[in-house]
Design a protein. Sequence first.
Length: 231
Amino acid sequence: MNSKPIIVALDYADQSLALDMAKRLDPQQCRVKIGKELFTLAGPAILEKLHELGFEVFLDLKFHDIPNTTAMAVKAAAQQGVWMVNVHASGGRRMMEATREVLETVAGPKPLLIAVTVLTSMESADLREIGIDLDPQQQVLRLASLAAASGMDGVVCSAQEVSVLRAQINREFKLVTPGIRPAGSDQGDQRRIMTPAEAISAGSDYLVIGRPITRAADPISVLKDINLSLG
Ligand SMILES: O=C(O)c1cc(=O)[nH]c(=O)n1[C@@H]1O[C@H](COP(=O)(O)O)[C@@H](O)[C@H]1O
């Protein structure tokens, strides 16, 4: 296990709420993630503020567009100094390869480039409705191997697929898993879930956790307990 596997999803409708939470968190204990809601509201300034607080930031905008547009968006993210950025693997090989190539042109440290496979909110019935007659695990495996072949540093998947993926893909390939739910916490809109300790023992590199921490009465003690549960 790496020394800092938890990424706290700062999904807030207000930048000051996100920064209040970030100030209570310790950058030695976790990383943070900024997603579509807060980035749309606050823009790149929120990244700068989190960097000033000492956090490594996962910019989760799940880019999915034609190769040139996606590559330029990834380049812009890299120029903001983010630690991790993601695209949708279903954008295809040429799209992913374009994002890898563009990063070669960016000076300085490069973000980890991660491809989203099948959203953790989806199950077989959801895939069938969009024309995919595979179960989530099969589709994750297919997209993860395409992502690896297209130069990605890793994938987002659910922890339920991690042990099968680990058996097939090299150890350096990062497995980033949202849909993490400590025992007894509310599942919400997530479908393919696992507890933090199970996810780490299956072989996840990073656990993305939002509401179970940010909506808890005492977020800091929940984060501490989760870190302790990982051993
Ligand atoms: O890319 C992601 O981070 C992501 C991919 C995915 O398949 N599922 C998923 O939940 N996420 C993100 O992970 C976070 C999970 O938040 P909670 O469900 O509140 O723990 C949210 O910010 C989602 O946008």
